[in-house]
Design a protein around this ligand. Structure first.
Ligand code: TXA
Ligand code: MG
Length: 362
């Protein structure tokens, strides 16, 4: 285990809507004592540590195998904790937090000097959010500390939306896993940088860009891949992320065009004896399965759906589980279709582009 001391991982099950405060007491103590506690948020599970305890924060990077150059989000119980972590609170913060907190919006702001550089990867800014999940809020309030928490997956793996995903990646590497079932949104928070002008969405997520634009009309969105198809390099924004073990290619486009292109690609690979996995919204998956009938029956093709084009919120909720499941089927290669990049679909599209490490067919 890379020389990391093994931890005894304890799983605590709680009711997601009405967590028993007594059940969270031990977890809150572990956070205060410098332990690593995985907890549910409304987006994905987070791997938490006391954000003001440098040793505990280093433990997060060690448990995940995450490079220390990738900064963490600090989770607060309440928006009123903001001035204790952030130096300047620009005017836009009031309406943004009134509308979106608690919820899946992370704000990047100038940090207070006492926020450790280990949390921010040495940057002068800190990412903060108030999660909406009752368990997350109760835990952070009980700990009485801001909680630094990245998604609770091993580095470059898909984010966890249920406790089983967390244990597959982190059993023996964290102290406690609080299991409250499946998370509701399924993709991570929207990361909005307010330390630059104009404000910049660095990661699309649970809050749509259109919703932010109603408050910040000049907001910009960072494009993941340049026109030349190269990865954009900025702090912590590595292209390789969410990646399955098998190589993935993303097919983009309107439903019929995308399914047709995927079929062409699939047939070319099948002719060479390559075993493929197909990851697509239900409508696209149905078309493709019908057309590939025999190969599906022969298990040369495994098909896994996530939600439907008509219900992008459901697609978001099921996305990471579907990536893990298709990978577990062990195909040589995965072909994926993304729903339209609108609303929460933009976040789905972003995650699939990164899972495909930028291999996108249009
Ligand atoms: O929904 C979420 O945001 C989940 C849950 C657990 O809250 N957390 C999460 O954390 O997704 P993580 O560490 O997997 O992603 C945090 C993102 C990274 O892309 C990181 O580079 C960016 O936020 N980030 C954090 N601090 C930053 C900063 N000061 N400047 C720029 N980007 C920052
Ligand atoms: Mg992550």
């Amino acid at each position: 285990m890379n020389g990391m001391p093994a931890r005894q991982t304890r799983v605590i099950r709680v009711d997601p809507a009405h967590p028993d405060p007594n059940a969270l007491v031990d977890a809150a103590h572990r956070l205060r004592d410098g332990g690593l506690v995985v907890f549910p948020t409304e987006t994905v599970y987070g791997l938490g540590a006391n954000a003001l305890d440098v040793t505990a924060v280093r433990g997060i990077f060690e448990a995940k195998g995450r490079p220390s150059t990738d900064p963490l989000i600090v989770h607060m119980a309440d928006a009123s904790d903001l001035p204790s972590l952030v130096r300047d609170v620009p005017e836009a913060v009031g309406p943004l937090t009134a509308r979106f907190w608690p919820g899946p919006l992370t704000l990047i702001l100038p940090k207070q000097p006492h926020v450790p550089g280990e949390v921010t990867a040495g940057l002068d800014t800190v990412a903060v959010r108030v999660p909406a999940h009752p368990v997350a809020r109760a835990l952070i309030a009980a700990a009485g500390r801001p909680v630094a928490a990245p998604s609770a997956n091993r580095f470059s793996r898909p984010s966890p939306t249920e406790a089983a995903h967390v244990l597959a990646d982190l059993d023996g590497r964290v102290d406690i896993v609080i299991d409250a079932g499946r998370t509701d949104i399924g993709v991570e928070s929207t990361v909005l940088d307010l330390s630059v002008h104009p404000p910049l969405v660095r990661r699309p997520g649970g809050v749509s860009v259109d919703a932010i634009r109603t408050i910040l009309p000049d907001v910009q969105v960072m494009s993941r891949v340049s026109d030349a198809g190269e990865a954009q390099v900025s702090p912590g924004q590595l292209l390789r992320h969410y990646a399955p073990r098998a190589r993935m290619t993303l097919v983009e486009g309107e439903q019929h065009a995308a399914a047709a292109r995927l079929l062409t690609e699939a047939r070319a690979r099948l002719a060479q004896g390559v075993r493929i996995g197909i990851l697509a919204p239900a409508e696209d998956a149905a078309t493709v399965s019908d057309a590939l009938g025999d190969a599906v029956a022969d298990a040369q093709v495994t098909v896994r759906t996530f939600g439907s084009r008509a219900e992008p919120a459901q697609a978001a909720r099921e996305l990471f589980d579907a990536i893990r499941a298709i990978d577990a089927a062990g195909p040589d290669e995965i072909l994926a279709i993304a729903p339209a990049p609108e609303g929460i679909g933009l976040a789905i599209h972003d995650r699939l582009t990164r899972a495909a490490e930028g291999r996108v067919l249009r």
